[in-house]
Design a protein around this ligand. Sequence first.
Ligand SMILES: Nc1ncnc2c1ncn2[C@@H]1O[C@H](COP(=O)(O)OP(=O)(O)OP(=O)(O)O)[C@@H](O)[C@H]1O
Ligand SMILES: [Mg+2]
Length: 626
Amino acid sequence: MASGGSGRLAAPGRATLRQGFAVLGVAIRREPRMFAISTFGSLVFGALTVADAWVLGWSADNVVLPAFDTGVTTTGGLVTVVALFVGVAIVRGAAIVARRWGAGIMQYRMQAHDRRAVTRQYLRLPLSWHQRHPTGELLSNANSDVEAAWAPIAPLPMAVGTVAMMVIAVVTMVLTDPVLAAIGLMVFPLVILSNLVFQRFQSPLMTRVQALRAELSEIAHESFDGAMVVKSLGREAEETERFAAKAHTLRDTSIRAGVVRAVFDPVLEALPSLGVLAVLVAGVIRVQSGATEAGDVVNVAYLLMVVAFPIRSLGWLLGEFPRSIVGFDRVRSVLRETGEMQYGDQRLPGSDRGALLEVSHLGFAYDPDQPVLDDVTFVVEPGRTVALVGATASGKSTLATLLFRLVDPERGTIAVDGRELRTLVAGELADQAALVPQQAFLFDDTVRGNVTLGADVPDELVWSALRTAQADGFVAALPDGLDTRLGERGASLSGGQRQRLSLARALVRRPRLLVMDDATSAVDPEVEARILAALRSESSDSTVVVVAYRKATIALADEVVFLAGGRVVDQGPHTELLARNPEYADLVNAYEQEAAERVTEGGAEPGAGGAADPAATPTVGGRVAR
Ligand SMILES: Nc1ncnc2c1ncn2[C@@H]1O[C@H](COP(=O)(O)OP(=O)(O)OP(=O)(O)O)[C@@H](O)[C@H]1O
Ligand SMILES: [Mg+2]
């Protein structure tokens, strides 16, 4: 079974019926009023449909047939017939409105409720859960699965009304002519039987269809997200093929489900007509033998026909069950996830000083066999700047995610101002600390929106943060300044500009602890040096942890924590480490050398510069590594 598909649906048929009704039970318990309104409408509709048959029979016996016999029609008789038909039609119309209105509200409220619940859950679930679930699947859970889950609500009131109507119709038919009724009613067991057969074929197909929808959404999302890679490397055809293959599987599976339905629908529709035919044939014989009256035959045949249409609504209801159960299951499996973090009740002191950061004996692994961090211990005193240096894949970014409790460590503790992160109230850390991630992410919003993230911040503070991040120059040059929209992921900016906005976003919150994970990698060294100098002078009170490669950057830190193979192998001022630790010297010197070579070969990343960037230094010849 495909990813996310439920294994609990192996035995369709009766199990499907039970589960389908259980899903509906959830909706009825949550929206009892709307269910009552729509069901009432449906019951009135059903009763009046039966009343219509009665009016028809009554008219045939008392007005139409006497008119044939005598050749005269009475005005009173005609008026009564018209009034009865019109009256029934008006009330029936009102009942239809009540039914549809109630069912519509019920259905859309359930969808809205689940969408909210699913998105809240996405926000609540930790990063580790998100790393295992692709974005496309999340979108599919919140859209197609939620819609599938509550699709049966639309035909539900009609089906309930149908059942009531069937009871009334059956009783009326039996009272009118038991023999004809018995003949006509033989269709019911056949209808139920064909429904069960339908479920058996349809259930597994629907499970597969919902899973395929999620997979397709995943592929589409990934291809569009990676449009740059796909286009620049000329992989459009392969990507199209990958999408087409999945789309074709989805199409074929959906068509198979459609074929099953196409076979089933006419059978359901034909069965009652066959019943009507049988009643008419038997009726004619019985009228000829004087056993019954023509009016009664019309009555029974009409009742059967009347019931025939709503029987299809039962079919629609049951037909939605397989998809509904699968959608419901997929939504619930998200809501059931327990990867939630536990929070405590401690708060951080709201002082202006930098935070004290204590990391002790930290251990963490993504894969149990390969520890990424092992017994990591270091302390950053309030207001100090520490550079975290280490070769690629030495665990620096992992450490940053742990410092912000995006994931919890397996061993050891992290404390801010003496309080272990796990004991803090939810959101407390985010209020006082800020992470500038390795990958700058910008929203499709204005510059202001991207910096403030919706918080009410005066423009002076936004500009001040932009100044510290050396972003004020290019922002001022944008057509609408702070109000310029940046496009999806900040597509209209250069890599270095994006990084500087991402930094300004952290700075505007005036964090007591600032962690920069290689946050200036796309900015040229001179601008980076200015950023760090501004940081030191303007947020001199903040505690700063900076993941860095460049010597100049590292040299600005009070102290260096040198990570290798997930362990702290040395710690101290940069110059001391450089002198005493050859491994450290090799790493930072190798980086400088490589950067210098890149510049002399003319292969430097254009990154931070660009015509629209007055704050950036000229890129040619200006980038001499120190
Ligand atoms: N989500 C993840 N799932 C599994 N393994 C991961 C995940 N993220 C990182 N790793 C692994 O953990 C190790 C440390 O990665 P991390 O990103 O922390 O390194 P880093 O020091 O930040 O490297 P770089 O300097 O290249 O940014 C790597 O071996 C990486 O493959
Ligand atoms: Mg990293």
